[in-house]
Structures are given as structure tokens and as C-alpha cells.
Design a protein around this ligand. Structure first.
Ligand code: CP
Length: 308
């Protein structure tokens, strides 16, 4: 089935073959970007960001501009008619005649899904509350393919805020559809992966799960270490955040027992969980990961717009 006109709200909206199509095109774009500079001429991307963003919004904008299209939207909903009480349904109905495709980030879980039900154009979820972040998952999987050659068969450790981190929720759910991955879940007790997600992983029959709160005790087993920020904006009280915010601080010395082939990923922004001394280490791939986000989003929009 073609991806033309298809919304991307949750990574399970696409089959593994469809995800593969996005990655294959991303890799073709990486190799020869000059072949794609005008494929979106005449197309307009709408960016509706009801929550702050650097990478997601700007990589989408960069992706559309690199394909010859244009961009409109808002990065602060208080400067839009949302501040006057306009509903998501009305906003998206109007945007449907202003743009060809929309990426929406919203603090409320399910908001992009709701938008898709009223939209005349394709909707992409740019992150909804603590729920899903499917284009970060495309970025992460493309990064894994580039560095590991395959998406299955790895020991993948997730470290930090596994309760509220939507990048973790999206990625782990998607990785569980690929064969032979082992998940090592590293978090304080209060920030463990939600039970509903563990049930999905267990039902997949594809994965092994091990939980711990001690990163150093498992560091030698890890192929991919996915670090995450403690999600301050999702906490109900400041005292809990302050108590937990520095639970894990990864520095170069803490990797002394890791495999040489291990990679350290992070969706960014980082706050304090990775020391700057790790940035130049070849295992640290998080800035390259952010760059892959442009290519994954170029490929995604090109396929959804049916221009390729
Ligand atoms: N990774 C990510 O979603 O970053 P932003 O919040 O800056 O978009």
C-alpha cells in the first residue's frame, strides 16, 4: 500500500515494509541529496507547535526547504487564535486549505489523532504529551541502521525517564516489532516504563526485558545505549523533579567497560544526563542522529505527498 496521503500518528500506522521504504529513500537522499532539491516545489508544510521544539520543528522545516517546498505555521500557540479558544478541529480544517501537509506537536496525548479526524490533508504527529513521537522513531531507527546495519538483534538499553519519555515509548514499541532485540530498562523506580507498554512488549513475543536502576552494572552488555532527559514538564511537583533529575550522568569514564562498538544515542535536548566530555568520543552519535532526522523527514514527506 502506498504512503501517499497517509497520516503518521503512531509508528504502528506503518507496516515494517513501509518503514523500510522510508529508510531506503532516506539512504538514497543521504547519498545524493542534489537529486531531491525540487521534488516538493509548490508544496507547503504547515507546522503547528503547541509545545516548544528545536529539532522536530526545524528539521521538518529544513527537510521541506531542501526539497524546494515552503513552510508556514506557528511555534508558539499563544500567538495564534488558539489563545482566543479556537479548537484543534477548527484550526486543522482551516489549515487544510492553507497547506498540503501538517506536522503537529501538542502537550495533550491524542491531539494529533483528533486533528487527523477533521483534516483534509496529511497529519504527522510531532510529539503528543508523554505518548508518542513517531518521527523521532524514524530518526532513531535510521541511525541504528546506519551504525549497526540492522534494526534487529541488538541489546538496547533505555536509560533515564522511561515513564514520561515519549521518544522511548515510540521507539521501544517499534523495536519490539523487529526480531531478537533485548531491552535493558534502566531508571529510578518512580520513572519505570509504564505497564501498558511492558504488556505490548511481552505480547510481541519478540523481546527479552531486564529492568535495573544501575547503569554501570550492565554497561558491558549494551549495543545501543539510548539516554533520555528527565522530563521536567511532565512532573506534578518540583520537589520530585529535583530529587530525580540527576539520577544518571553519563561521562566518558563510565564507558570504560563498554563494548567498543556500543553507540550512545539521545533524542536531545540533553540537560545534565550526558557530560560534555563524551561528545567527541566516537561512540557518541547523538548529533549525527539529529542530522539523520532531516533525511528521515524528507523521505517521509516525499512519500506522503506522493512526489516520488
Ligand atoms: N528530539 C526532539 O523531539 O527534540 P525537540 O523537542 O527539540 O523537537
Amino acid at each position: 500500500m502506498s504512503l501517499e496521503g497517509r497520516h503518521l500518528i503512531d509508528p504502528v500506522d506503518f507496516t515494517l515494509d513501509e518503514l523500510d521504504e522510508v529508510f531506503s529513500l532516506s539512504e538514497r537522499i543521504i547519498k545524493k541529496p542534489e537529486s531531491y532539491i525540487d521534488i516538493c516545489q509548490g508544496k507547503i508544510l504547515g507546522t503547528l507547535f503547541y509545545e516548544p521544539s528545536t529539532r522536530t520543528r526545524l528539521s521538518f522545516e529544513s527537510a521541506m526547504l531542501r526539497m524546494g517546498g515552503r513552510v508556514l505555521g506557528f511555534s508558539d500557540a499563544t500567538h495564534s487564535s488558539v489563545a482566543k479558544g479556537e479548537s484543534i478541529a477548527d484550526t486543522i480544517r482551516v489549515l487544510s486549505s492553507y497547506a498540503d501537509i501538517v506536522v503537529m506537536r501538542h502537550p495533550k496525548e491524542g491531539a494529533p489523532r483528533l486533528a487527523s479526524q477533521y483534516s483534509g490533508i496529511t497529519i504527522i504527529n510531532g510529539g503528543d504529551g508523554g505518548h508518542q513521537h513517531p518521527t523521532q522513531t524514524l530518526t532513531d531507527l535510521l541511525t541504528i541502521r546506519e551504525f549497526k546495519g540492522t534494526i534487529g538483534g541488538n541489546n538496547v538499553a533505555f536509560c533515564g525517564d522511561l515513564k514520561f519519555g515519549r521518544t522511548v515509548h515510540s521507539l521501544i514499541k517499534t523495536l519490539s516489532r523487529y526480531p531478537n532485540n533485548k531491552f535493558i530498562l534502566i531508571s529510578p523506580d518512580e520513572l519505570k516504563l509504564p505497564e501498558y507498554l511492558k504488556n505490548i512488549l511481552n505480547k510481541s513475543g519478540n523481546v527479552e526485558i531486564y529492568e535495573t536502576n544501575d547503569l554501570e552494572s550492565v554497561i558491558d552488555e549494551i549495543d545501543i545505549l539510548y539516554m533520555t532527559r528527565i522530563q521536567k514538564e511532565r512532573f506534578f511537583n518540583e520537589a520530585d523533579y529535583v530529587r530525580l533529575k540527576d539520577s544518571y550522568i553519563l561521562s566518558k569514564s563510565k564507558l570504560s567497560n563498554s563494548k567498543n562498538s556500543m553507540i550512545v544515542m539521545h533524542p536531545l535536548p540533553r540537560v545534565n544526563e550526558i557530560s560534555y566530555d563524551l561528545d567527541e568520543d566516537e561512540r557518541a552519535v547523538y548529533f549525527k542522529q539529529a542530522k539523520f532526522g532531516i533525511y528521515a523527514r524528507m523521505a517521509l514527506m516525499a512519500l506522503q505527498l506522493g512526489v516520488i
